[in-house]
Design a protein around this ligand. Structure first.
Ligand SMILES: Nc1nc2c(ncn2[C@@H]2O[C@H](COP(=O)(O)OP(=O)(O)O)[C@@H](O)[C@H]2O)c(=O)[nH]1
Ligand SMILES: [Mg+2]
Length: 274
């Protein structure tokens, strides 16, 4: 199978059916051998049934956290390429073919970019002020300057990657920092990375606010940056992040590390996430 669209979902009954519907109709036009996988994180609002009825394959991921949900979904995905997008109807699933084209062109990771600095568009009300003007630009700047990532929106939830790269990443971050871990590790492995402008619109939720918790998730993301940057080892000590490893960078070199309490070993799912 060529393509799996993986949608992480936690209590998204307002929007999950719309997202699955849009994803399915888009991929049906480009590749009949493709699937939509909803990685459900223990929704209690009937999201699973809605996703099933809309034609998705639903995978249950009991361990909470954005990273856990995505790891469960990507592990179950059968496609050679995987495209990820939120279940809140904030991304445009009609852009899936553009991601697939770039993956087929030989890119290992194709990152969406919502920020205008990378050509993206954020419609009014779609992103909180702090994320728009501080968090996302700052973290993306760190990804560019510390790890030479050719991107402008390290946290974008719409992205595509090859299953082959995913296997080599051995991700461990269970929460929102998963998005950053993926980009940093792809850089450290020398993966081919491309960026694609996307449009973010206000999500379609009516019943609950976004899951992202600005300060907790921002702090976890910063710790991942410190952890992987050899020059920041002193800082990691100050901030209580454990770093047991090497500082070698470049193709095929992955620093050894201990992500401490907020990450899990690849073979040991189910620990407390971040
Ligand atoms: N934050 C978070 N998101 C989850 C979790 N499990 C699944 N998700 C899904 O991950 C996606 C991203 O969450 P969202 O609140 O949209 O984050 P934001 O787009 O960064 O504001 C959504 O589709 C959620 O339903 C979880 O435990 N935590
Ligand atoms: Mg979202």
């Amino acid at each position: 199978m060529q393509l799996s669209v993986v949608i992480p979902c936690l209590n998204e009954s307002d929007t999950i059916a719309t997202c699955v519907d849009k994803a399915r109709s888009t991929i049906a036009e480009i590749d009949s051998e493709s699937e939509v996988v909803v990685a459900d994180n223990g929704s209690a609002d009937g999201s699973q049934a809605l996703a099933l009825a809309a034609g998705a394959r639903v995978v249950s991921v009991p361990e909470k956290g954005y990273g856990n949900a995505l790891m469960g979904g990507i592990d179950a995905a059968k496609g050679r390429y995987v495209i990820l997008a939120d279940a809140d109807d904030s991304y445009d699933f009609r852009q899936i073919p553009l991601f697939l084209d770039k993956l087929r062109d030989g890119n290992d990771l194709v990152l969406g970019c919502r920020l205008p600095s990378g050509g993206g568009v954020i419609l009014p009300g779609a992103m909180p002020w702090l994320h728009r003007w501080l968090g996302n630009p700052l973290f993306s700047f760190l990804a560019r300057s510390w790890f030479h990532a050719p991107i402008h929106d390290v946290n974008c939830g719409m992205r595509g990657l090859s299953k082959d790269l995913y296997r080599r990443l051995e991700p461990r971050c269970t929460g929102m920092a998963f998005a950053t871990e993926m980009v940093i590790k792809a850089c450290l492995l020398g993966a081919k990375i491309a960026e694609l402008p996307v449009t973010l619109k206000p999500d379609g939720r009516k019943n609950h606010p976004p899951h992202l918790r600005t300060f907790r998730d921002g702090w976890d993301t910063l710790r991942v940056f410190l952890l992987f940057n050899p020059r920041a080892r002193l800082l990691t000590k100050v901030f209580g992040v454990h770093y047991n490893g090497h500082s070698k960078r470049g193709p095929g070199k992955m620093p050894k590390m201990d992500l401490g309490v907020y990450a899990k070993k690849p073979t040991n799912r189910g620990r407390k996430g971040c």
